[in-house]
Design a protein around this ligand. Structure first.
Ligand SMILES: C[S@@+](CC[C@H](N)C(=O)[O-])C[C@H]1O[C@@H](n2cnc3c(N)ncnc32)[C@H](O)[C@@H]1O
Length: 224
């Protein structure tokens, strides 16, 4: 977490925290807990089910309801104090944070919301594996591994470094694709980066053979 994030979260009276399953725990809250004293703060957990978001298209009803619920709670709690919404990594990168932000602005376009940048998973994965993302004139692309092979292949061919996110359920497909493009030896996977049980796999076949966690990211860097 950044100093700024710790400051903002420490000053908040209420934390509205995202979690993926109704009966699960919030990873964002667990991370916050280790850096911020939660004593005296109200914690409200909101479940955001995992569904694809189609920008400009029709979104999943459950998910839209979750964004509205979070926005309603935030608006209500703001009447008595400061509210913060911690999210994993940076809110600008495939994050619930920006959907909640947009939902709040739909109700009140002048609402005063401060976005606090975070450390992306790819930055952390780059650091723990000492893999630069971009040097000199290189180009970087970030893409969810759940996209079609066709799209992935174009990106893998057209960029110098490629960050593959959300890889955990499609590992066999990733191994096959990277192998076909002769990029398997250029790939590294980090699972639960920055957490006590973090694992680094330089052999993606081994990662594919295991039940790796949703918090897994692959960096493919073509140049050594
Ligand atoms: C919904 S996206 C959130 C990305 C986040 N906003 C960021 O700034 O990196 C979830 C994906 O981020 C990656 N991720 C999140 N936390 C991670 C971690 N601790 N280690 C490795 N990858 C992680 C994984 O690819 C995961 O599937």
């Amino acid at each position: 977490m950044t100093i700024k994030a710790v400051q903002v979260l420490s000053e908040a009276d209420v934390l509205v925290v995202p979690k993926a399953k109704e009966n699960g725990h919030s990873t964002a809250l667990n991370i916050v807990k280790s850096h911020v004293d939660l004593g005296g703060k109200e914690i409200v957990e909101v479940c955001f089910p995992m569904h694809k978001v189609y920008n400009g298209g029709e979104n999943n009803k459950e998910l839209t309801e979750a964004w509205n619920k979070a926005a309603d709670i935030i608006r209500q709690k703001l009447q008595t104090g400061k509210v913060a919404f911690p999210t994993l990594g940076d809110p600008a990168l495939y994050s619930t944070g920006f959907y909640v932000h947009a939902t709040l602005l739909e109700h009140d376009p002048d609402m005063d919301i401060e976005l606090v940048p975070g450390i992306t998973a790819m930055s952390n994965c780059s650091a723990v594996t000492a893999t630069p993302l971009c040097l000199g004139g290189e180009l970087l692309s970030v893409i969810p591994a759940t996209f079609t092979d066709d799209r992935l292949e174009k990106v893998l061919e057209g960029f110098d470094t490629i960050v593959l996110m959300k890889v955990h359920r499609v590992m066999d497909r990733m191994v096959e694709l990277l192998d076909r493009l002769n990029l398997l030896s250029r790939a590294v996977l980090v699972e639960k980066c920055g957490q006590p049980d973090q694992r680094i796999f330089t052999d993606l076949r081994q990662a594919a053979a295991e039940d790796i966690h949703y918090f897994s990211t692959i960096i493919v860097r073509k140049k050594s």
